[in-house]
Design a protein around this ligand. Structure first.
Ligand code: NAP
Length: 320
């Protein structure tokens, strides 16, 4: 006799939202407020990237700025208030070949008429030998907000030249004795306001035109320094440090879906022409950083979540 289906497998949701960053939670607020009773599948980082940011200064409506964690907590409460349901799980495969669509998280199976994918993007690493071994407790990290306080009165380095690298470096000045920002070019990619603040900070030293070639301390399981190469002069030098904060951008979390949904050469979802959120699969929408390599802001991710929710609502109404 066939194994009976579990209640989760039996049930067909109107809409499943994957991800609880700004985009997924905004989609949840809109779809729950539209009485669609959405189920949100929450991955490894509840609240998404903003929970690893110290302060969001540019999210409209908060003239004094707002703590990233608090902002996400507020979005979650707002979604819950309208009836959003949350379940923990990592969607590892999907079947979008026929409707209702099937999503699997380990041995759990979900079915839904429409799906909003807001899986965000994950921090990239440099690939330098020793980086993986020392990631986490060994001194290599991608999150100053999470780990900065462990480096009180110590010297650290930050890798990267974008807004994230500047934000990490500035945050670390609260704890660390010195922050060296290692960037592969001779000018920052970051916005002017962040660049100006970074370059003016007395605790931040710039190491221009340089790439990481080695991490010292692998045998001792604890970072003791880095070797960098100046790509203009080819000279190597050692910078002594206890922590390495890597802030060189992100990789979109699109893999489990890329068999069905078109992605570009960097792996970002490619929406259908004329829409930011509609995909090549009817009733399946994408929103936020997994589908946006241009703007990548909390507010644009939230806006895409809203668009995806309205699209899903209209699509469901047209397909009842
Ligand atoms: P990003 O803007 O893509 O910058 C990545 C940086 O890392 C660039 O400077 C890049 O160098 C460098 N890089 C890339 N690969 C590298 C490698 N293998 N080795 C060494 N360096 C490498 O990424 P982001 O800083 O994470 O920012 C992402 C988006 O979020 C942006 O749109 C940003 O404006 C936004 N953001 C905004 C705020 C804010 O408004 N407060 C805060 C954080 C992020 P090159 O410059 O040479 O390419």
């Amino acid at each position: 006799m066939d194994k009976p289906m579990s209640s989760t497998e039996d049930r067909v949701e109107d809409v499943i939202i994957i991800g609880t960053g700004c985009s997924g939670l905004t989609a949840a607020i809109y779809t729950s407020r539209a009485n669609l009773n959405p189920l949100v599948i929450e991955g490894n980082l509840p609240g998404g990237q903003l929970t690893t940011t110290s302060e969001a200064e540019n999210f409209p409506g908060f003239p004094e700025g707002i703590d990233g964690f608090l902002l996400m907590d507020n979005l979650r409460k707002q979604a819950t208030h309208f009836g959003t349901r949350f379940e923990q799980g990592l969607i590892d495969s999907v079947d979008f070949s026929s409707s209702p669509y099937t999503l699997k998280a380990g041995d759990k199976t979900y079915r839904a008429k429409s799906v909003i994918i807001s899986t965000g993007a994950s921090p990239r690493l440099t690939g330098t030998p020793g980086e993986k071994e020392l990631f986490g407790g060994g001194g290599v990290t991608t999150c100053a907000t999470c780990d900065g306080a462990f480096y009180r009165d110590m010297d650290v380095v930050v890798i990267g030249g974008g807004d994230s690298a500047c934000e990490e470096a500035l945050f670390l000045t609260r704890f660390c004795s010195k922050v060296t920002l290692i960037h592969r070019r001779d000018e920052l990619r970051a916005s002017k306001i962040m660049s100006d603040r970074t370059l003016a900070h007395p605790k931040i030293e710039m190491c221009w035109d340089s790439v990481l070639t080695e991490i010292n301390g692998v045998a001792e399981k604890s970072v003791s320094g880095v070797i960098v190469q100046n790509i203009k002069t080819n000279e190597f030098k050692e910078i002594l440090c206890k922590g390495i904060f890597v802030a060189i951008g992100h990789t979109p979390n699109t893999k489990p879906f890329s068999e069905y949904i078109t992605v570009d050469e960097e792996g970002y979802f490619l929406p259908e022409a004329g829409s930011q959120v509609r995909t090549n699969i009817s009733g399946v929408y994408v929103s936020g950083d997994c589908a946006d390599h241009v703007y990548r802001q909390a507010i644009t991710a939230a806006g895409m979540g809203c668009q995806a929710a309205i699209e899903a609502e209209r699509w469901l109404a047209g397909n009842e």
